[in-house]
Design a protein around this ligand. Structure first.
Ligand code: AMP
Length: 301
C-alpha cells in the first residue's frame, strides 16, 4: 500500500491506474476506522481492480462548537488495517495540503457568521441547496457544504469510477447523489448497509466518546427505529403516528436528548405523510455532548 500525502502524487498514482484501463474504487473517510469503514473497503475491493482510501478530518464540515479538535486520530493503526485488507492507495493529506488558502475559516473558530450562517469569503464551495439544510444539515449549519466541497475536491484528485459511502449517513448520501447528478460527475456512488455492533448500536468513530453508561443509553436509537418498523409491519401508515412512537421510545431514556426523529423521502429528505416502502426513518440524539445518528429504510409495503 502506497501512503500518499500530497495531491500531486495522489493524482499521478490514480491516473496511472485508469491509464492502465483498471477500475478505481474510492472510499473517503475521516479515519478512526471501524468495521463500517472496512465494509466499504471490502465492497470496493470486490468491485474494482484498485482501491484508494482517504483519511482526512475535514475542518470545513465541523461547526465552531463541534468536535474537530478532539476527533480521534489514529493514523498508524488505520493504515495497518487498510494494508491488511489489500488497499493499494492511501491518501492522507494535511489540512494545509487540502486548504492552502485557509478555506477552512468560515466554519472554524474564526467564524463570525450570524445565526450560524458561515461568513462570506472569497472562496469556492460546493453547495447542494435545499437538501443541505435538512436533517443533519438543519442541526449543523454549513456541514453539508463542507462535505460536498471536500468530496468534490477528493473526486477531482482521485477521479474514481466508483465511490463507496455508508447508509449510516443517509442525508449525506442524498446530498452527494444529487451533487453527482447535478454536476454530471463521472463517478458512480455505491451505498453500503449500516454495520452495527452485536447489540445493535450503529458503528461510529464517535462511539469512542461514550462513557459505558452513555454507550448503554445509546441503544435507545436502534430500539426506537425497531419499534417504528414493527408498527409499520403491523400496518401503520401514518408517518406522524410512527414518529410519535419513535419519539416516545427516545423519551423513555433520560440520558438521550433528541435532536430529530423524522420520516422522509430518502432522495429529497422531505417529510412524508403516509409511509411507503423505502421511506427513510432517521434519528439523531445527544448522549452527553456526543451526537449520534441512526436510520432504517422501511421494508413494509
Ligand atoms: P466517516 O469516517 O465517519 O466520515 O465515515 C466514512 C464513511 O464510512 C461514510 O461513507 C460513512 O457513511 C461510512 N460509515 C460510517 N459508519 C458506518 C457504519 N456503521 N456502517 C456503514 N458505513 C459507515
Amino acid at each position: 500500500m502506497k501512503r500518499i500525502p500530497t495531491i500531486t502524487e495522489m493524482k499521478a498514482a490514480c491516473r496511472q491506474v485508469t491509464r492502465r484501463g483498471q477500475t478505481l474504487g474510492f472510499v473517503p473517510t475521516m479515519g478512526a476506522l471501524h468495521e463500517g469503514h472496512l465494509s466499504l473497503v471490502r465492497a470496493s475491493k470486490a468491485r474494482c481492480n484498485v482501491t484508494a482510501v482517504s483519511i482526512f478530518v475535514n475542518p470545513l464540515q465541523f461547526g465552531p462548537t463541534e468536535d474537530l479538535d478532539k476527533y480521534p486520530r489514529m493514523l498508524e493503526r488505520d493504515a495497518a488495517m487498510l494494508e491488511e485488507l489489500g488497499v493499494e492507495l492511501l491518501f492522507m493529506p494535511s489540512v494545509e495540503e487540502m486548504y492552502p488558502e485557509d478555506q477552512t475559516g468560515p466554519l472554524s473558530t474564526k467564524s463570525k457568521g450570524q445565526g450560524g450562517t458561515p461568513k462570506q469569503r472569497d472562496e469556492t464551495y460546493v453547495l447542494v441547496e435545499g437538501l443541505s439544510g435538512k436533517l443533519d444539515g438543519a442541526s449543523r449549519p454549513g456541514h453539508f457544504r463542507g462535505v460536498a466541497t471536500v468530496v468534490t475536491k477528493l473526486f477531482e484528485i482521485v477521479r474514481p469510477d466508483y465511490a463507496f459511502f455508508g447508509q449510516k449517513d443517509a442525508a449525506q448520501v442524498a446530498v452527494l447523489r444529487k451533487m453527482v447528478r447535478d454536476l454530471n460527475m463521472d463517478v458512480e456512488i455505491v451505498v453500503c448497509p449500516i454495520v452495527r455492533e452485536k447489540d445493535g448500536l450503529a458503528m461510529s468513530s464517535r462511539n469512542l466518546y461514550l462513557t459505558p453508561e452513555q454507550r448503554r443509553q445509546a441503544l435507545v436509537l436502534q430500539r426506537a427505529l425497531m419499534r417504528v418498523q414493527s408498527a409499520a409491519d403491523r400496518g401503520e401508515r401514518d408517518a406522524a403516528k410512527l414518529i410519535e412512537i419513535g419519539r416516545q421510545v427516545i423519551a423513555e431514556e433520560p440520558g438521550a436528548r433528541l435532536d430529530y426523529f423524522a420520516i422522509v423521502d430518502p432522495d429529497t429528505l422531505d417529510s412524508v405523510a403516509e409511509i411507503t416502502r423505502g421511506a427513510l426513518v432517521a434519528v439523531a440524539a445527544y448522549f452527553g455532548t456526543t451526537r449520534l445518528i441512526d436510520n432504517i429504510l422501511l421494508t413494509a409495503t
